[in-house]
Design a protein around this ligand. Sequence first.
Ligand code: GRG
Length: 311
Amino acid sequence: MVATDNLTENSPESKRSKFDLKVYLKERQKIVEVALDKSIQLVYPEKIYEAMRYSLLAGGKRLRPILCLATCEMTGGTIDMAMPTACALEMIHTMSLIHDDLPAMDNDDYRRGKLTNHKVYGEDVAILAGDGLLAYAFEFVAKNTNNVPASQVLQVISHLGRAVGAAGLVGGQIVDLEMEGKTDVSLETLNFIHNHKTAALLEACVVCGGILTGISPEELQRLSRYSQNIGLAFQIVDDILDITATQEQLGKTAGKDQKAQKVTYPSLWGLEKSKKQAQLLIEAACAELEPFGEQAQALVALAYFITSRNN
Ligand code: GRG
């Protein structure tokens, strides 16, 4: 519970205390689920569309699309303008989870409380389901974004491509794979991995929401710093939850990092310092939102949600 007695009018804590995040998340999750369900039809060849839909509609917090919608609204846009990009971000995130769970990568049997894609459909189909989602994400933005100048849609597509490729997720994943079995991973390398593997896509969610409304380069820079900070905090909390949460809470195997003797933030810093660092990153993130004033309350609340979540 947030104490409200001695909060200044404009402090992030003050904005957060007036905002019902639980209601907001529930309502946003609902509209995102509907849009995702409509985004992919079950047509011939049904097998691939079924596999794509299996993971895309398997639940999850829907944090990425919600961040995109929230940023677009904060900067003067509408939900309709951002929904195709929001769905594409969830398609990209889902494909990265499908590929991450493959035996050649993290080799996991459960995700979002269900069997992983390759466990249900086989590795061959799971690889194709990921590829199908990735390609469709770009098609989906290009075809379905309305009431946004074409140059801004192009900028969104370009930003998404960069976040996904070797300068983003793929780059983070390759260094993560290279570090497997090593115990002398530096903080610098760990930050590189997670700035790319986790933060790059969260950054794209927020920045693309701002690109759609055509905000200034300075504002985009602020949003980029906000989201890089919440991205790293997100990963620190993910590492903490791997130790402290149950498989039921996580919807995936718990305790995997310790079992694999993986270098993580808690293994470098311990649990308490990791929590503190995540908190500091969230505070730094929210400081970037000051110029957006009251309009930023959803992004502030979403940032604090990252450290308070239990899955
Ligand atoms: C993107 C072309 C391309 C290939 C994929 C496998 C891979 C390269 C990258 C791995 C990316 C990855 C799985 C990063 C972890 C990110 C992370 C912390 C995921 C968990 O996100 P949550 O908690 O999950 O938001 P839900 O299920 O709630 O959506």
